[in-house]
Design a binder for this molecule. Structure first.
Ligand code: PLP
Length: 400
């Protein structure tokens, strides 16, 4: 196979779902930086899509991975043996969650966590109807795709789950829909792929109240919003609403694959009977992933990173001013910049990459540029990043 570049092999043998992948060949990563095989350094402005909240290959996480891999890796399917990394991570997570979120089912991914939560809600309530939101993303498997909020993305894969009702995020119309036929309402605590949409606090609280009145379960997806991104460990803390089921993923594994749905033990125990093994996974809660995730959370909790999020977010807002930026949405260290159209945004994204910044767009907002750097980024680094973004915008705008 000599003479064929990795790029050609990538395009031929690795399944492609995008006609225009970024396609950079990377060599190593550390902290907020990634280096390509030619030695060019990039600042990671999106944290591998909100995974690397404490940066890449943090030494505490690497050590935990190495030690656990040397001890044992896969032993048996989820939930049979007592595996210390799972137990200790579940304890650390639940110590930092409200009392009703005390039992963790570890999965392989965010999508599997969504699947598990929907099954749990159906099993507990005996109902099938699920309320979800337009512009929501909860994963790409068929159940998760059914609650995804966009017909363009769903249509080619029908039939999907029946009994799913979609409504606009932040719209009071949802209140009329929550009744005793509904199993659960599923929403992102802060909606990510719409380009960052923050819920009204009263709206979220009213949904909670309606769900309580009709014994409907409330599911919050913090797969992207969790782990400090919004300025608190969990985004829901800032809205003073506690879900019945919490979905985690991405940063949960500290760079290793891991997801989870978390609920009260009494609710979760319905997966134990009739049928037994109500959710089965071979690799969910892999010991190396749990060891990595626990180490990453320790780093996040020990530093001042979460406390600094709002200040760093404000710095972005101050520095990212340009006539071509039509609008910004932001929450915590998480921002979207809206340009006049998708094409302009694509050009600016590519120009940023050329100038050494890894960024991207949003699924439901292709005209918006994504900013979600590792939370460990310093204010000086952020100021530099902002200057490079403004320079990249200038280069594109002045060219056209
Ligand atoms: N939920 C949200 C809010 C997400 O952003 C994602 C992934 O982008 C998922 C669920 C699905 O997670 P995964 O890609 O691990 O299946």
């Amino acid at each position: 196979m000599s003479g064929i570049s990795n790029k050609e092999l990538f395009l031929q043998h690795v399944a492609q779902t995008s006609a225009a992948p970024i396609g950079l060949e990377m060599k190593n990563a550390s902290g907020i930086h990634i280096w390509d095989v030619k030695g060019k350094k990039y600042t990671d402005l999106i944290s591998g899509f909100s995974v690397c909240n404490i940066g890449h290959s943090h030494p505490h996480v690497v050590k935990a991975v190495q030690e656990q891999a040397a001890e044992y890796m896969h032993l048996i399917v989820y939930g049979e043996f007592i595996e210390s990394p799972q137990v200790q991570y579940a304890k650390l997570l639940t110590d930092h969650l409200p009392p009703a979120l005390n039992c963790v089912y570890f999965t392989n991914s965010g999508a599997e966590a969504t699947e598990g939560a929907m099954k749990l809600a159906k099993r507990i309530t005996g109902r099938s109807k699920i309320i979800a939101f337009n512009n929501a993303y909860h994963g790409s498997t068929q159940g998760a795709l059914s609650v995804m909020g966009g017909e363009y993305w769903r249509n080619a894969f029908r039939p999907l789950l029946p009994d799913i009702v979609h409504v606009d995020y932040n719209d009071d119309a949802v209140f009329e829909l929550i009744d005793s036929s509904v199993a659960c309402v599923i929403l992102e605590t802060v909606q990510a792929e719409s380009g960052i949409t923050v819920p009204r606090k009263e709206w979220l609280q009213a949904i909670r109240k309606k769900c309580d009145e009709h014994c409907v379960l409330l599911v919050f997806d913090e797969i992207q919003a969790g782990f400090g991104r919004t300025g608190s460990l969990w985004a829901f803390e800032q809205f003073e609403v506690i879900p019945d089921i919490l979905l985690l993923g991405k940063a949960l594994g500290g760079g290793m694959p891991l997801g989870a749905f978390i609920a009260d033990k009494k609710l979760m125990s319905t997966l134990t009977y009739n049928p037994v093994l109500g959710h089965i996974t071979t690799f969910g809660g892999h010991p190396v992933s749990c060891a990595a995730g626990k180490a990453a959370l320790e780093v996040l909790l020990q530093g001042e990173y979460i406390q600094q999020v709002h200040q760093k977010g404000k710095l972005l807002q101050t520095h990212l001013q340009h006539p071509a930026i039509q609008h910004t949405n932001s929450y915590g260290l998480w921002m979207s910049l809206k340009f006049k159209d998708e094409m302009t945004n694509q050009q600016i994204v590519h120009q940023c990459v050329k100038n050494g910044l890894v960024t991207d767009w949003f699924l439901f907002a292709p005209d918006r540029l994504r900013i979600a750097p590792p939370l460990i980024i310093t204010e000086a680094e952020l100021t530099e990043v902002c200057a490079t973004i403004i320079m990249s915008i200038d280069e594109i705008v002045n060219e056209s």
